[in-house]
Structures are given as C-alpha cells and as structure tokens.
Design a protein around this ligand. Sequence first.
Ligand code: PLP
Length: 389
Amino acid sequence: MRRLLSSMASSSRIVFSQTERAPGVINFAIGTPGPDLIPKKAIDAAFTSAISENQDPLMYQYALSEGTSPFRKSLAKFLTEQNFSYEGGAVQEENLSATFGNSLGLVTVSKLFAKPGDIVVVEDPTYFLAGKMFQDQGLRCVRVGVDEHGLKVDDLEGWLSSTTVRPSLLYSIPRHHNPTSRCLSQDRGDKLIALAEKYGFKIVFDDPYSLLTYSQNVAPPQTRITEHVISLGSFSKILTPGLRLGWMIGGPKTIEKIGTDGALNSGGGPAGVLTEAVRRLIDNGSLNLHLEMLRKELGERHKVLEQAFEEEFGPGVASCRPALGGYFTYASFKEASVTPGFTTAGLRQHCVDTNAGVLFMPVANCAVADPIAEGEGGFGLVPGLVRAR
Ligand SMILES: Cc1ncc(COP(=O)(O)O)c(C=O)c1O
C-alpha cells in the first residue's frame, strides 16, 4: 500500500494538471469541467465590473480570513436557496468561511481539529488524494467501506463500540461520491451525526458535487449540518478550478476557530477582487443559469459515456452505474475480458491508456493506507473489522 501511494504521489501531478497535459488526451481521471463548460464570458464580465465599478481600495487589501461580509451574505442566500441549511434553518453569514477550494479547506480543518497521530476515518474507496493530504499532516487513516447508500455507518458503529480508539475526524464525500458516484442516504447521514455526538468526532463533508445533481431520482441536497459537521464546497466544479475559491459551512464556534488559523490570519482570506467578482456572478443570476446548463450537459454526457461502454464492451464485460449527478461514472470490468493494455502495471500506476489517449482512475488508486488494519498501529483493534469493501 505504501508503494502504491508513493507512486500515486508522483503520478497525481500528471493526472491533475490540465494545463500541462499532452494535447488530445481526454482526462476522465478527475472531476472538472471540460474547457467548453467553463463560463468564460460571464467570468470575464464579472471581473471587469468588479474592477471598473468598485472603486473601494479596500478590495485590494488584506481581507478577513472568512471572506468579506458582502460575499458571505450572497453566498449564504445562494446556498440556502440550493437547499443547504444549518441546524434546519437558513445558512447565515456567520456559518460561512471562504476557502481557497476544498483541498486547502480540508488541510485547515484537519490542522485545527486534529493533531499529528490522531485518527481520521476515511471512506474506502475515496478521493485518490485524500489519504495523502491527511498523511502529510501526520494523521492516521482508518477505512470504512461504502455501498449503494454511501458510507457503511453500521460498520463504523460496530468498530466504535468495540474499541477505545477515538477518531478526531471522519472524512466523507456525501453526494455524487468520488469515485463511486453514490450519495449518502438521509438515514445514514442522521445516524452519522448521532455517532459524532456520541463519540465526539467532527464530520468533514467534502462536498464539491452536491450542486450538480441532474437526475430526478435523487432528492436535492439535504445534508444536515450541525456543530459536529463541517461541509466544504467549491467553485472548482461549478465554475472552474482556476479560481481557487470555495467555502465551508459550520457552526459559529467552528467558523470562529477557523478564523484563528495562523496562516489565514497572516495572509487573509481569498483575494478581495476574486470574491467580489464571484459575488457578482451569484447576485446577477449568472451562477444559477450556468448551473442549470451544467447539470443538463453533465447528465447528457454521462448517458453518452454509458452507451459507449455498452457498445464498446458489451453488458457482459463492463457495467456502468447510472450516475445521479456530479462528474463520476463508475464502471466495473470483468478482469478476464478487458484489453491487454488495460491491465499493464504502467497503466495502473499512471492511469494513462496511451493507445486510446484517455486518462482514467483505477479504483485501486482510491484506497488510503490504513496502518491499523495493516497491523502497524498497535491499537489492539480486531484487524479486518473496518476493512469491509
Ligand atoms: C472529493 C474531492 N475533493 C476535493 C477536490 C479538489 O477540490 P478543490 O479544487 O476545491 O480544491 C476534488 C477534485 O477532484 C474532489 O473530487
């Protein structure tokens, strides 16, 4: 597992970079809008108006680390209209902190709510860089499986009731999961919060895909957010990753604690010009219009992909899960029947099918190293209890 992660660490730079990639290679390995799905005109117009109409020099100053009040007010209204809530009511300005995207939001949260050596519970499989981000901070991961309805909360409960080990954090991608595309059910979400209250850990929902539901077969986002939950959202997936802007929703105490982070205090939050431009995209309705188009387009592209799988491989060879939203299509292959190039070590490590000019993400790369299950932690756990796949 260690070897796998270090090979991923070097290859992930290739996988992630959209600016350095070889021309003509289609990158299915990460969730990001294609070049034709980036609302360039609306973004250009928002920056132009932010700069030409707003003469306030404070926009160019160090900002409050949480982001400006006008930005957070607009964002709170937008998120509430999109079905997000805090403790059952509207999301308020004081429930929000601007971030530089979910990746850095996650780093800040794990720095402030856990310390080196602490345990973080992580879904298996999960976002292929999540484990690396936790391990870089000295956190140890425990895996819990996912199925049709998201994280297997009963397995988590079984483990928690059988051990004295207490996690500080639980990391979950609740909607249109990367890579499985599944959504956490309402029942499991509620039970998870009850477990967090009972066992005293913080739930970190890495939730960049909730706003991209395109199927009628799934309820709109209703993720419950309480003082035990921090929900991370990002403009990377709904506008473009190059903005490096996101948000976290949490209880007032949580948001206050985020504001004490040294680096955020020193540098301030995301650039004032950026948050002012995005505020304008929210307030003038451009973001909503773009979201409508994006959901429709992603739904149609998923159908094309599903059909292509069927035509190329046939139903006996590959099965493609019907996705409900987001960017991920999860396909399973019968090992014996895939093309030889598909299984080479190089392909698995670097996720590049050079013949087809396609990058994809093998699920084997989406498992975090779990020192406890692998017998390195000495916590006296029953090995295998939380390894359910
Ligand atoms: C689950 C998950 N979290 C975080 C990220 C990165 O988000 P951001 O661009 O907001 O840092 C990704 C990108 O693929 C992702 O899939």
